[in-house]
Design a protein around this ligand. Structure first.
Ligand SMILES: [Zn+2]
Length: 434
């Protein structure tokens, strides 16, 4: 080794350092690396190559008539941002790709007015890609969007909605070639989540609704302890304490009525929590939980709103959080219908994003870096049937030694409540009524 480090070695060490530090906070976003399109005889197909399956959402807007597809937790390859493609086919005028915000990639399809009959959105594998098929009027088809269950090899469109895990795979002749000539299938249709108004504002905002009543839901309770830390700290106890602190903070504002679904160590079915919020005529519903992961080094915040999820890890967590539900599998249809008709989708996601960012930033500012596990859709029973924007927040990890130790302290609990409080306040102010 030379006595003095040569520049090349410095660069080498810097690269190692960089890769170590980025390894700790790996970018959770899936890269979108290319866009292809093809006018098939029956339909127009757009194919986006994407690193991993990600949740998506699509809706239509007017003036000009267009369809957008948002892919969450995704990042566009820099060269693709702002790219436009002029198409001028029977039903598609143009395509445009953009990084809508740091975690969302948006594909906008400008349509020939009145020409679109329906569309299908689904994933294909090898290489992983998200496919959008647009059917012009006068062709037999149905409106649906779907995601095949992770692991499904033989992909086909199915009849579910935004980011939905699909029904059991039915092998069909869908080509494995990236833009094969195979016709897209037709299956039963499902209603889709209501599109936001054309001005981009949800009904809550259009009607100028404010927030007066807030229901906080401390997770678990009574015979259901939730998850437990290695030293025996119970999720149900921490969640209740956090909810009480948050209630105090909100009440000192003097403009909210705040209710807890439980204010003691009470067994309370998940369904009763949401119906309690509905009965109270609440404007917001926030369910507070603590996370547990088999990966002991995982830390940080993960925030959910109601949706299907293509992510097996999310469905695993949802299964844990849903464990105390009295519902059975036959009621699955009801769940699916409720998720699809979930008209609070946009507001819930917005609330979840604000709570998530504020909580994470506040904890990082006071206690150092932790994992940003993101804002995600998930099939949580406790969020189903709520008539107001509703989120579930996993505020920290009981399975991580550092966060577990912190969760035993007043200071940390106060900080978690403060982060949640700031998120709620930012949301309330964004409605223009704060
Ligand atoms: Zn929980």
């Amino acid at each position: 080794m030379p006595k003095k480090l040569q520049p090349v070695w410095c660069l080498f060490f810097l690269l190692i350092l960089l890769s170590v530090s980025t390894g700790q906070q790996a970018d959770p976003r899936a890269g979108v690396s290319s866009l292809r399109y093809h006018q098939h005889q029956e339909f127009f197909r757009v194919v986006l190559e994407i690193e991993k399956i990600r949740e998506f959402y699509s809706a239509e807007l007017k003036d000009p008539e267009r369809l957008y597809l948002d892919i969450f937790q995704a990042r566009l390859q820099p060269g693709l941002h702002g790219t436009s493609y002029v198409i001028n086919s029977a039903c598609v005028k143009s395509l445009r790709l953009a990084q809508k915000n740091p975690s969302t990639v948006r594909l906008t399809v400008e349509l020939v007015p009145g020409s679109k009959q329906s569309e299908k959105i689904y994933y294909l594998k090898d290489p992983p890609r998200l496919v959008l098929d647009i059917f012009p009027r006068g062709r037999a088809s149905t409106t649906s969007t779907s995601t095949p269950a992770p692991g499904a090899q033989s992909e086909r469109p199915a009849g579910q909605t935004s980011g939905a895990p699909a029904a059991p795979p039915k092998p069909r002749a869908e080509s494995s070639r990236p833009s094969g000539e195979a016709a897209a299938g037709t299956e039963s249709s499902s209603p889709r989540p209501p599109a936001p108004a054309s001005n981009g504002y949800s009904l809550v905002r259009q009607l100028g609704l404010g927030v007066k009543r807030i229901v906080l839901d401390p997770g678990h309770g009574g015979s259901d302890p939730g998850c437990m830390s290695p030293s025996g700290l119970k999720e149900k106890e921490v969640a209740l304490d956090l909810a009480r602190r948050l209630k105090n903070m909100l009440e000192t504002q003097g403009k909210f009525e705040v209710f807890l679904t439980r204010d003691s160590d009470l067994t309370l079915p998940l369904e009763k929590r949401t119906s309690f919020a509905n009965q109270k005529g609440a404007d917001l519903f926030i369910s507070i939980h603590l996370n547990a992961s088999p990966r002991k080094n995982r830390t940080g915040v993960e925030t959910f709103y109601l949706n299907f999820s293509p992510d097996p890890a999310v469905n695993e967590l949802a299964a844990r959080e849903n464990a105390s539900s009295t519902k059975n599998i036959r009621e699955m249809k009801l769940i699916v219908d409720k998720i699809i008709k979930n008209s609070k989708y946009e507001e819930s996601r917005d609330l979840a994003e604000k709570i998530h960012r504020n909580l994470l930033e506040h904890l990082e500012h006071n206690f150092g870096p932790r994992d940003d596990l993101g804002v995600k859709g998930g099939p949580f029973w406790v969020l189903i049937g709520s008539e107001m924007p509703a989120v579930l927040v996993e505020a920290s990890h009981l399975s991580n030694a550092r966060e577990e130790a912190a969760l035993k302290t007043e200071t940390y609990r106060e900080a978690v409540a403060t982060g949640l409080f700031r998120g709620i306040m930012e949301y309330v102010k964004s409605l223009g009524k704060g």
